[in-house]
Design a protein around this ligand. Structure first.
Ligand code: SF4
Length: 247
């Protein structure tokens, strides 16, 4: 059931998304709007992948009041944390870490070793979904680096939407970009990026659930390979389209 307030949000955001699509609004223009509209109540959910590095660069230049956070699952690659450090140094940002309730060791004691290999949905729920919920609590807008051509589950992602799950605005400034657009921006602005991207890792998550992909393979084939899982649960299609609200 969509509340009256949510229906209003859906209508207004749907119109805005349509206008931005029609006008071909640039990601920087969208981020500037978000910064002016929401200020410090807007946050970028940053994984330190290529898309998010490009967004950090844009935010630093056009909307520096927007906050930045990341989900520190305790299972990130060293290269990912080093990328965080390089972005901090370059842009003077301080991304806030949100961590699961249990350390990796405590999780192994409570649920058995390598839960990710037996039940990745439960592992992602505890280590990503719940910390994301905490990171978004009290915020008005979250920004993601989603692109439509990353996965079939992301093909209909709008530029901006009402996120019924977290009850705030969700903005996806890069949805229309290709991977070449992302790398064009990174090269043009000399943005720090995760060197694993140059070693066959187009999509980088926790180390137990990420492998390199072969040339020509689906870019996200290296995530949860062999499990049938394709998303960690942070981006529900439910929030994607005006008029669609599911749980
Ligand atoms: S990506 Fe893998 S290790 Fe990370 S939280 Fe999800 S299941 Fe656990």
């Amino acid at each position: 059931m969509v509340s009256a307030g949510e229906a209003e949000h859906l209508e207004a955001l749907g119109a805005l998304a349509e206008r931005w699509e029609r006008e071909g609004a640039a990601p920087e223009a969208i981020l500037r709007w978000v910064g002016e509209r929401f200020g410090t109540d807007a946050v970028l959910a940053c994984s330190f992948g290529a898309e998010d590095c490009a967004l950090v660069d844009m935010i630093a230049r056009v909307a520096p009041r927007i906050g930045i956070f990341y989900l520190d699952t305790g299972l990130l690659f060293e290269e990912t944390l080093a990328t965080r450090d390089r972005l901090q140094e370059r842009y003077g940002i301080r991304p806030i870490a949100f961590r699961p309730e249990l350390t990796v060791t405590q999780q192994a004691e409570a649920y058995g070793a390598a839960l990710w290999a037996r039940d990745p949905d439960q592992c992602c729920h505890m280590r990503k979904v719940l910390p994301l919920r905490a990171a978004l609590a009290g915020r008005l807008c979250w920004i993601t680096g989603l692109r439509r051509d990353q996965a079939p589950t992301r093909r209909s992602a709008p530029l901006i939407q009402w996120d019924a799950e977290h009850r705030l605005v969700k903005c996806n400034p890069l949805v229309r970009w290709t991977v070449d657009d992302v790398w064009g921006h990174i090269r043009q602005h000399n943005v720090p990026f995760n060197p694993m991207h140059e070693r066959g890792f187009p999509s980088i998550g926790c180390w137990p659930c990420t492998r390199a992909v072969a040339p020509g393979e689906d870019p996200r084939a290296g995530r949860w390979a062999g499990t049938g899982k394709t998303e960690c649960g942070l981006h529900l299609p439910a929030a994607s389209a005006p008029g669609e609200v599911t749980r």
